[in-house]
Every structure is written in structure tokens, then in C-alpha cells.
Design a protein around this ligand. Structure first.
Ligand code: HPA
Length: 275
């Protein structure tokens, strides 16, 4: 049972941390370094947490890091679970349910994504304003636990308006360009074909990736406020005359890393100040 898995994981983690985390961070490909900045870190490897799957993708360390960032108690997923790795969809989102039970009210979710809108360029940070689930998968399929959330959760403001304002101000303060866009979730692991990229653009997508949407659905179901940020790691297939590679994705996110790190730090700082 899902609930039992959540409870077991929560018990294991709570025995290791002192106060409840306020913000949950999900760090995407190449962006896990943010967790290295967490002060007085308590690190819990996914493989040691009862009920947790083990992450398999390169570039993901696979641990939860609890501690303080800008004076705020946070819990970060250094590496996430992707549907394309073969996990059942409810395992992909298990950590979000666990972070909710641990006490988070806000979730900052990040990813590397391919730019579909040609106004984006590799290295850009994109504030996710909305998403399109292009997979037919949904982590809430199955019995609904009404103690967690409603059967038919509203997704009209999946990406919280107030958090988006905070993010815009943080970017402005740092002199960073933060573009807006709609994130499209494709299952992967193959990248899109050029025809699929055209379709995504026609559908209203600005960037495409293989994560985030399941976690956001579960977070909204549970009443967590979400801020989503994509790091544009490449232009999606067919836009430039070159093949896509995971190496390029990692290299570009590493290059955008400093901007990303200072941006998220500033967002957390502002959230704390505004409280
Ligand atoms: N497509 C899908 N997922 C991705 C991409 C892409 O172009 N870049 C990084 N993740």
C-alpha cells in the first residue's frame, strides 16, 4: 500500500531530522549541486529509505538532503525518479508525498528541458507558468485518499501566482533573464522527433522534458504550492541542425549552474523575508 510506504519512509527520515522542512526542492539533471550548499546537512541515501526506489540515471546522486538554506529549513531531492526508468508512476511521486508528510508547504521543482520556443536559448532559465501532460499517465489514477486531497484536483493554478511574482523579482534583483513558458512532459527516454517538436509548439508548449509534471500533480493534490523552473539545456530536436545528447544536456546545465544557484538562493531568501 502506498500509504504504508509513505509512513515508513516518513518515520525513517523524521528520526534523522530535528525540525520540519518548509520547502522541498527537486533538483533536476545537472542541478543537484544546490544540495551541496545546504548547511548542517543530513543526507539520507534513497537506497536506505524504506519503500524508496533507487535512482539509476547518470548525473543523479540519489539522496535526500535536509538542512538549512538561507536560514530556511529545506529538504532537497538530489536526483529524482523518472517514469522512463521503469518505476510505477506512484513510485516516481512517492518522495513528494513523503515531503508533504514531513511538513513542506512549498515545493521548488527544477529540470533540464529542451527549448521548443525559439525565443529560448540553451542556458536560459524558464519560469514554468503551466504544463501539458503529453503522456496519458497520471500519478493519481487509482483509489483516492481523501485525507490527502480531492478526487478531481483543480489544476488551473498549478504553478502558484505569488511564487511566480517572487521568482520574477528575484531574477530582476540579480539581473538575470527569466523567461516564461509552458512545460510539456513526454515520457522519454528517447528524445522527440522534429515532427513531435513541431506538434508540441502547435499545442502551445515552450519547452519539453521528461519529468516534473507527475510531481506537480501530486503536490497540487496535496495542497503544496509549486514553483517550477526549467534550465534550457538544448534546443529541441529539429530546431538546430545537430543531434541531441545527454552529455550536451549535462554540460549546458553545468554552464547555467551559477545563475541557477544564485536564483534559487535568492527566491528562498525572499520567501523567508516575506513570511
Ligand atoms: N527533450 C526532452 N527532454 C529533455 C530535452 C529535450 O530536448 N532536453 C533535456 N531534457
Amino acid at each position: 500500500m502506498l500509504k504504508e510506504k509513505v509512513n515508513e519512509a516518513v518515520k525513517y527520515i523524521s528520526e534523522r531530522i530535528s525540525t520540519k522542512p518548509q520547502i522541498g526542492l527537486i533538483l533536476g539533471s545537472g542541478l543537484g549541486v544546490l544540495a551541496d550548499e545546504i548547511e548542517e546537512p543530513v543526507k539520507v541515501a534513497y537506497q536506505d529509505i524504506p519503500g524508496f526506489p533507487v535512482s539509476t540515471v547518470e548525473g543523479h546522486a540519489g539522496q535526500l538532503v535536509y538542512g538549512s538554506l538561507q536560514g530556511v529549513p529545506v529538504i532537497a531531492m538530489q536526483g529524482r525518479f523518472h517514469f522512463y526508468e521503469g518505476y510505477p508512476i506512484d513510485m516516481v511521486t512517492l518522495p513528494v508525498r513523503v515531503m508533504k508528510e514531513l511538513g513542506i508547504e512549498t515545493m521548488i521543482v527544477t529540470n533540464a528541458a529542451g527549448g521548443v520556443n525559439q525565443n529560448l536559448k540553451p542556458g536560459d532559465l524558464m519560469l514554468i507558468t503551466d504544463h501539458i501532460n503529453n503522456t496519458g499517465q497520471n500519478p493519481l489514477i487509482g483509489p483516492n485518499d481523501s485525507e490527502v486531497g480531492v478526487r478531481f484536483p483543480d489544476m488551473s493554478t498549478a504553478y502558484d501566482q505569488d511564487l511566480r511574482v517572487v521568482a520574477k523579482k528575484a531574477a530582476e534583483k540579480l539581473g538575470l533573464t527569466l523567461k516564461d513558458g509552458v512545460y510539456v512532459w513526454n515520457s522519454g527516454p528517447s528524445y522527440e522527433t522534429p515532427a513531435e517538436v513541431k506538434m508540441i509548439r502547435y499545442l502551445g508548449g515552450d519547452a519539453v522534458g521528461m519529468s516534473t509534471v507527475p510531481e506537480v500533480i501530486v503536490a497540487r493534490h496535496a495542497g503544496i504550492n509549486v514553483l517550477g523552473v526549467s534550465c534550457i539545456s538544448n534546443m529541441a530536436a529539429g530546431i538546430l541542425d545537430q543531434p541531441l545528447s545527454h552529455t550536451e544536456v549535462i554540460e549546458t546545465t553545468e554552464y547555467a549552474r551559477e545563475n541557477f544557484l544564485s536564483f534559487i538562493r535568492e527566491v528562498i531568501f525572499s520567501l523567508n523575508r516575506n513570511k
